[in-house]
Design a protein around this ligand. Structure first.
Ligand code: ZN
Length: 198
């Protein structure tokens, strides 16, 4: 259906492939972009392209970074013996914002989901196990409290147990009233402090 132009259709199709963007939002975005000055659009396009070209996985914790090692892994003051396992770089950022966690991370880039066909081989588990060859005292599993997150936590704990490394699971936090940003940090810290051994 050629309602607009071939170019517009292509743009709308690309945009609607983004997470959380339905066809209506995609159309709105496409029209918005067409009304912007060319140089704004060029800046936007090159930001997308350059980020994709230059962002890579930290060779230690797999988080997204511009360098070979992310700032956390590159920081000699961090406790490299404590590894917190999170599902994505956004979770890492949330814990970093608390400013209270001194260990390092491991970013899985997903969670095991039999329903979506995501198996243990599709997330950065092999990389985590390789890190346990080194001097590691505790692995804190901080995957989400969703079905996928819990499945992943169980799977990882079973995998790590035989190595003798201590495995803990964060407590699921209960939000309390107040400023949202502040709640998140308090909740995260409470979940971290209330972690239990698996
Ligand atoms: Zn790193």
């Amino acid at each position: 259906m050629e309602l607009y132009s071939g170019y517009m259709n292509r743009l709308i199709e690309e945009l609607s492939g983004l997470p959380g963007i339905g066809s209506k939002s995609a159309q709105r975005m496409a029209f918005y972009l067409m009304n912007l000055p060319q140089e704004r659009v060029a800046r936007f396009a090159s930001a997308v392209l350059e980020a994709r070209q230059n962002v890579r996985h930290c060779k230690q914790c797999c988080t997204l970074t511009d360098q070979e090692l992310c700032p956390v892994c590159a920081n000699a003051r961090r406790d490299g013996k404590t590894i917190m396992v999170v599902e994505n770089s956004r979770d890492l950022a949330a814990y970093e914002k608390t400013g209270k966690y001194e260990g390092v991370y491991h970013v899985l880039h997903g969670a095991i989901s039999p329903m979506l066909g995501i198996g243990p081989g599709d997330i950065k588990l092999k990389e985590l196990m390789a890190r346990l060859q080194g001097d590691v005292g505790e692995v804190i599993i901080a995957t989400n409290s969703s079905l996928e997150g819990e499945t992943t936590a169980m799977y990882i704990s079973k995998l790590i147990k035989p190595t003798g490394v201590k495995v803990t699971r964060i407590a699921s936090g209960v939000p309390v009233g107040g400023d949202l940003e502040y709640i998140d940090e308090v909740t995260l810290l409470r979940a971290l402090e209330g972690r239990t051994e698996l």
